[in-house]
Design a protein around this ligand. Structure first.
Ligand code: GDG
Length: 461
């Protein structure tokens, strides 16, 4: 069987005794286990004299090959170009973009360095699967090293419209880089459409069916919505009912309804608007006071970037303001936890909640909403309130879909969710769980790898 090579910005090496990694890492490990292969990327460390040869670790039939970044690479490639330029532009937030030439140069240098290090580990006759926005130019750099194997790229985040993309200095190069892959995968039809539009406008590319032809190159494209392991998660959620934390939470809640949100602390997740929406619920639907508790878990993320630190402060203030205004001796309306919660406890919270509040301003897919649905009791499920600007909204029509900027509409949707009869909740749950089973995580990786396997070895020098 052909060896699979996966490249992602961060590599997650399973360590005995450490909690299991998140769903996506599990999917990638699953694919690598099936095919046998190599997972290559950054080890998460910063070192002043990084070895140019990657360190390797073997686990089962997977080789993990990792490199550290220098401080400058971490600042300029990772925080700078990846997260202060590409991330905001691709999430339609031009105001948060901080472009600097030094960032753009470091981004290219790290991609070159990764390509050099990786090329020494390749044997030929392999399938190469590159993940995400940190590594857009990696395919081109590997081709420069003479690598001819089929290469696919998967974008986990949205692809911006052409007009927004044009605000990113050097966007032509980045678009051109992507055309060196044989297969390009996107989360939704919209993202694929935006990409096609951008290459048509920029390079006069010709689109026929799934294929884009441009400058003598042919690139296959497709939509592969990321999913979750539904049955695994549902079983975990059922087990969580008996754990100590879950029983304690039940006791604390009493007759109150729990509204749950859980996100990385990121401006794309719409947390400010969400807090305002909860306040609007308490203001516009007074009978909800004393009766509801909103718990927001915001796991720390990219805190060296000023926007993220500012957001953390703003949310702390907002939680304080809502609690200061509405709390009573025996009731605190907002529980805001700026920490990464253990996975099993998080799933237990999803199971106990009456409402899952997932309102990103923009999201490639969003796995939290899928996990919330899969964690529900099929006989008495909670209701998902979901942003129509999350990729997942294309699949989850059983959710109450909201505009994440419309604070009053979110409050009305929460009220509707809390009043929803059991029969309707069950019907909505059944609609969503069926789709989640069809578009599972396993299906996602199998389809992508099947399509990549159909690509011929690259003949370009
Ligand atoms: C990117 C794209 C796309 C959250 N808080 C805690 C915690 N989580 C877990 C969730 C979920 C994961 O983190 C977050 O995944 P999302 O998909 O919601 O968001 P991003 O991190 O932005 O992911 C996104 C995804 O890639 C996959 O393609 O869907 O659009 O932006 O699994 O459960 N996990 C634990 N504690 C927490 O406090 N243990």
């Amino acid at each position: 069987m052909t060896r699979l090579i996966v490249i992602s910005n961060r590599v997650s090496i399973p360590e005995p005794g450490k909690p299991e990694a998140g769903g996506l890492a599990v999917a990638i490990t699953g694919a690598l286990n099936e095919y046998g292969g190599l997972w290559f990327g950054w080890d998460g460390n910063v070192s002043e004299s990084p070895n140019s040869r990657p360190s390797t670790v073997e686990r089962d039939n997977i080789t993990y090959a990792t490199l550290p970044l220098t401080q400058e690479e971490y600042d300029d490639y990772y925080l700078g170009f990846s997260n202060e330029v590409i991330w905001p532009v691709f999430h339609f937030n031009l105001g948060a973009m901080d472009f600097r030439l030094s960032y753009a140069k470091a981004y290219r240098r790290v991609n070159e360095r990764f390509a050099s290090a990786l090329s020494t580990l390749l044997e030929g006759g392999e399938l190469i699967w590159v993940h995400d926005y940190h590594l857009l130019p990696l395919g081109k750099e590997l081709r420069k090293k003479g690598i001819k194997d089929p290469m696919g790229f998967y974008l986990h985040i949205p692809f911006p419209s052409y007009d927004l993309l044009r605000a990113l200095p050097g966007y032509r190069d980045l678009l051109g880089d992507l055309l060196h892959y044989d297969l390009l995968g996107f989360q939704t039809k919209n993202d694929l459409h935006a990409f096609r539009q951008a290459v048509i406008e920029t390079f006069d590319a010709v689109v026929s069916g799934d294929t884009i032809e441009c400058n003598g190159k042919q690139v296959r494209t497709g939509v592969y919505p990321v999913g979750i392991d539904v049955d695994g998660l549902a079983a975990e959620a059922e087990r969580s009912c008996d754990n100590e934390q879950a029983l304690q939470l039940k006791e604390d809640l009493g007759e109150r309804d729990l509204i749950i949100g859980a996100d990385r602390l990121d401006y794309s997740k719409g947390l400010v608007q969400r807090f305002n929406a909860f306040e609007a619920l308490l203001t516009n639907f007074e009978h909800r006071r004393q009766q509801t508790m909103f718990m927001q878990i915001a796991s720390p993320s990219r805190s060296e970037i000023p926007e993220y630190d500012e957001l953390r402060r703003q949310l702390e203030e907002m939680a304080g303001h809502i609690n200061g205004t509405y709390a009573d001796l025996d009731w605190v309306p907002v529980h805001y936890l700026n920490q990464t919660y253990p996975r099993d406890a998080l799933i237990g919270l999803f199971r106990s909640a009456r409402v899952g509040l997932v309102t990103p301003l923009r999201d490639g897919m969003n796995l939290v909403c899928k996990e919330f649905v899969a964690a529900q009791d099929p006989d008495d499920p909670g209701v998902l309130v979901l942003s129509e600007l999350a990729g997942a909204a294309n699949e989850l029509s059983g959710a109450l879909l909201v505009n994440p900027y419309d604070v009053d509409a979110i409050a009305i949707a929460i009220e509707q969710a809390l009043n929803m009869p059991q029969q309707e909740r069950r019907e909505r749950y059944q609609q969503m769980i069926g789709i989640l089973r069809r578009n599972s995580l396993l299906e996602w990786r199998r389809r992508f790898i099947a399509h990549l396997s159909q690509q011929k070895t690259h003949t370009e020098g």
